[in-house]
Design a protein around this ligand. Structure first.
Ligand code: MIG
Length: 806
């Protein structure tokens, strides 16, 4: 029996046949220490450590010479674990996890991971340190499905590929270009046999070779710093992703307006153009929540200023836009113009807030404003200073912030970013070179921005959008996939990227609708808008000099179509908001691969052209030119068409998909919460619409509501409306079970039921529905036939509804 808490010295002589173990790059093994959940080996010049971190998560860290940097990604600290057995013999140490066993042999530095059935799934074969970093090679035991790795281009399944982690600005990136703006070194192995995640937490330049060089080997290398690996186990891919999100944190609940449709371009200016744009939406009744101001709103690209010529009255403009129901997001880049008449520059100098060259001089590089200095976002003091700079923008009424160019992107250095020897200071004042921390610069900028907004306006949920990011960055901001291209291939790529970013812990993701570079055909733009309806971050954006890309810019026929598409987003808002709430709580993606919910279905691992939106809707967007139908795979059992309740069984189906029509299916047994169309989230919809898909005669669902902008929900000011519907013979009942005290201000509630069989329809239609409110009041309404396959009835809305029978 182990004595808990006692550190036992096993000593090299006990387990290594009298010979002291030796590692090629770490030297001689000096001693081994172990406790209830930790094993540390001390080599002459290195310290491998194995730690049971959290339930199902093991941390392996190998420090060489110097101590490892504190993680920027991991928010949790190791837990005191119960129910995990740690077995140690002289040679090895084993940890029994709920979903497998991990054994580590500090003498040979071998590590092996067996699944719950005792089958080997992963072995660390060797690990070598040298002046160019560390290289680790793993035997993947025949695994062929790998996902995640954040923002990566093609292919969808990363098996057979190599890629690099080095945040890079690359406009109009080709379909297989690597690396791009963000790095999430989290690799998810997932197939019907099981899943695990490998999180290599190191923000220096790193690389993955996933069976590309040797079909059975995963090779990982990092150029600087310690080897840091978290093995995340789980009984299926969903559990692995959830656990990874416990480690690196969840997306915060955004303000509701950030879920609306958003219009951007480089750039809308001057003021009058912005106002005309806003009126353009309202005059045409095309819903829109947010307008973006790209770099031309500034005075000579000086961050936190307004161009006196083009934006002489920003406050007035913002007031008008707010009155029209718009929010405004402004872009902010990290480069601060080195200009002694510019207050932000001067105050940053005083605080010593900028990164320096080894000589101690500030590093100066060119970006849009010309010669710039750059904030040291890794440093707490610099982050605080930075956060305060947002004051004037907030005072003018700006609602959200967009952080761009934060890889960081520099125009005039050979590597297009900071020179590798630029010095940065971490939280505890420790000096590091840029080479060690490049991949967290953008994330720390988003953090500085978010923390600033939280300090300046503590009652408002901030909205921050970032281009560059690292694992854990979902805690601070939404992200978009940067400078893509107007083509169908890029439309497909966008979805592929969303799916892998989602399982890498970042649910709040989107792409420039229509493609940033180029001009989409009217059809491509509409198809991209269609995908956007089901994309967490829904924003049209295009480059300098691109043709107009407002939803009405393509002629009357497309204006109507585009309006109907965007209307759909607003109808679905209660569902979308609920999906965000779920992702905020469980860390699972909103746009999610089929394998998350159907882990035993082989097909689910292949498909990157359809996805689940939340766990009850399957979306099969059209991603090809001139298509009028689409081959859709439905997993599980029965699905119903979102639009008309047509039933479809598991398997492949060719479904109609003319322009403007996205095939969407609802899992049988679901109540979806939708609403009547509004022009922006600042407007209250009249009618809450429950769509009951009940081919199997029963359905349930729930929807989450709160004020959409403050943290009052944390103190009980929310409503979780649970509903259950049962159909029996010619009778139906709907039971409501509300939790929380928030009251949405709908006027009516419509219930539309797709009972799946025409026989039922005729029984229900023409009857009377009776509604019962908690206090006992009763109301009646006629049940009418609605469309081919549904019946519906409407009542005044009350959050007190306890049941409806019909
Ligand atoms: O060097 O601000 O990805 O969305 O419009 C280009 C201008 C800088 C790159 C961003 C893009 C933005 C553009 N920016």
């Amino acid at each position: 029996m182990l004595v808990y808490g006692l550190i036992l010295l096993i000593g090299a002589q006990l387990g290594f046949n009298g010979r002291a173990a030796q590692n090629a790059t770490l030297g001689k093994l000096v001693k081994i220490e172990k406790s209830r959940k930790e094993l540390s080996a001390y080599y002459q010049s290195g310290k491998p450590k194995l730690l049971l971190f959290k339930p199902g998560i093991v941390h392996i860290s190998i420090e060489r010479d110097s101590a490892a940097l504190k993680s920027f990604a991991v928010i949790e600290s190791p837990e005191n674990l119960t129910g995990h057995k740690v077995k140690a013999t002289g040679r090895k140490m084993g940890m029994d996890l709920p979903d497998g066993t991990i054994e580590f042999m500090p003498g040979s530095m071998k590590l092996s991971f067996k699944d719950a059935n005792g089958k080997e799934v992963l072995d660390l074969e060797d690990i070598l340190f040298s002046d160019s970093g560390v290289v680790a090679r793993f035997d993947i035991h025949g695994a062929r499905n790998f996902y995640g790795l954040g923002e990566k281009t093609l292919p969808y399944n990363k098996y057979g590929s190599r890629c690099t982690m080095w945040n890079t600005d690359f406009p109009a990136y080709p379909l297989t270009y690597d690396p791009l703006y963000e790095s999430i070194p989290f690799l998810l192995k997932a197939d019907p046999k099981g899943a695990y995640g490998l999180f290599f937490d190191n923000p220096s330049r790193a690389s993955f070779d996933i069976g590309a060089t040797d079909s059975n080997t995963l090779a990982y290398s990092a150029s600087k710093g310690a080897f840091q690996l978290y093995i995340v186990t789980g009984k299926n891919p969903a559990q692995v992703v959830e656990r990874f999100s416990q480690l690196t944190g969840k997306m915060n609940m955004p303000p509701r307006w950030a879920l609306g449709y958003q219009q951007s371009r480089w750039s809308y200016y001057p003021e009058q153009t912005v106002l005309n744009l806003a009126h353009g939406f309202r005059e045409r009744s095309i819903p829109c929540d947010v307008i973006y101001l790209d770099i031309n709103y500034m005075d000579g690209y000086r961050c936190f200023t307004w161009s006196p010529k083009d934006f002489p009255t920003p406050k007035l403009m913002l007031d008008t836009l707010h009155d029209l129901g718009f929010k405004v997001v402004t872009i902010i880049d990290p480069g601060i113009k080195a200009d002694s008449s510019y207050g932000v520059y001067e105050s940053g100098l005083k605080k010593g807030a900028f990164v320096r060259e080894p000589s101690g001089k500030y590093f100066v590089g060119d970006v849009w404003p010309g010669a710039c200095v750059f904030p040291d976002f890794l440093n707490k003091k610099a982050r605080e200073w930075w956060g305060n700079q947002y004051k004037p923008l907030l005072a003018a009424g700006v609602d959200g912030m967009w952080n761009d160019m934060n890889e960081p992107s520099v125009f005039n250095t050979p590597n297009k970013t900071f020179p590798l020897n630029v010095m940065e200071k971490t939280g505890n004042g420790e000096k590091v070179t840029h080479a060690e921390v490049h991949n967290v610069y953008g994330m720390q900028m988003a953090r500085a921005t978010r923390e600033g907004l939280e300090r300046l306006e503590p009652d408002k949920r901030p909205f921050v959008l970032t281009r560059s990011n690292y694992a854990g960055g979902q805690r601070y901001s939404a992200m978009w996939t940067g400078d893509n291209v107007s083509s169908y291939a890029h439309l497909k790529l966008a979805l592929t990227m969303f799916l892998n970013i989602g399982v890498s812990g970042q649910p709040f993701v989107g792409s420039d609708v229509g493609g940033f570079v180029g001009n989409p055909s009217p059809e491509l733009f509409s198809r991209w808008l269609e995908l956007g309806v089901f994309t967490p971050f829904y924003r049209t954006h295009s480059t300098w000099g691109s043709k107009p890309r407002e939803p009405w810019a393509f002629g009357a026929k497309y204006t109507k179509l585009n309006r109907e598409i965007i209307d759909r987003r607003y109808e679905l808002l209660p569902e979308i908001y609920t999906a965000f709430r779920n992702a905020h709580l469980d860390g699972l993606p909103i746009v999610r691969p089929l394998y998350i919910d159907y882990p035993y279905d082989k097909e689910a691992y292949k498909l990157s052209d359809e996805f689940l939106f939340g766990d009850r809707m399957l979306v099969a967007p059209v991603l090809d030119s001139a298509a009028v139908d689409k081959d859709v795979y439905l997993p599980g059992k029965k699905w119903l068409s979102f639009y008309n309740g047509t039933e479809l069984d598991r398997g492949w189906h060719k479904v109609e998909a003319p322009l403007g029509h996205t095939p969407v299916f609802v899992k049988d047994g679901t109540i979806l919460f939708t609403q009547s169309v509004v022009q922006s989230t600042s407007e209250q919809a009249d009618t809450l619409v429950l769509r009951v898909y009940a081919a199997g005669a029963s359905a349930d669902g729930k929807a989450y509501f709160d004020d959409g902008e403050t943290y009052a929900y944390r103190h009980g000011d929310y409503l979780m409306l649970n509903a259950v519907c049962e159909l029996k013979n010619a009778r139906g009942t709907l039971l409501f079970n509300p939790e929380g005290r928030y009251v949405p201000r709908y006027k009516y509630v419509t219930v539309r039921i797709y009972p799946g069989s025409v026989k039922y329809l005729s029984r229900f239609a023409g009857k009377t529905a009776m509604l019962r409110v908690a206090g006992g009041k009763m109301l009646s309404a006629p049940v009418i036939r609605s469309g081919e396959n549904a019946v519906e009835f409407t009542f005044p809305f009350s959050p007190e509804i306890s049941s409806i029978s019909f």
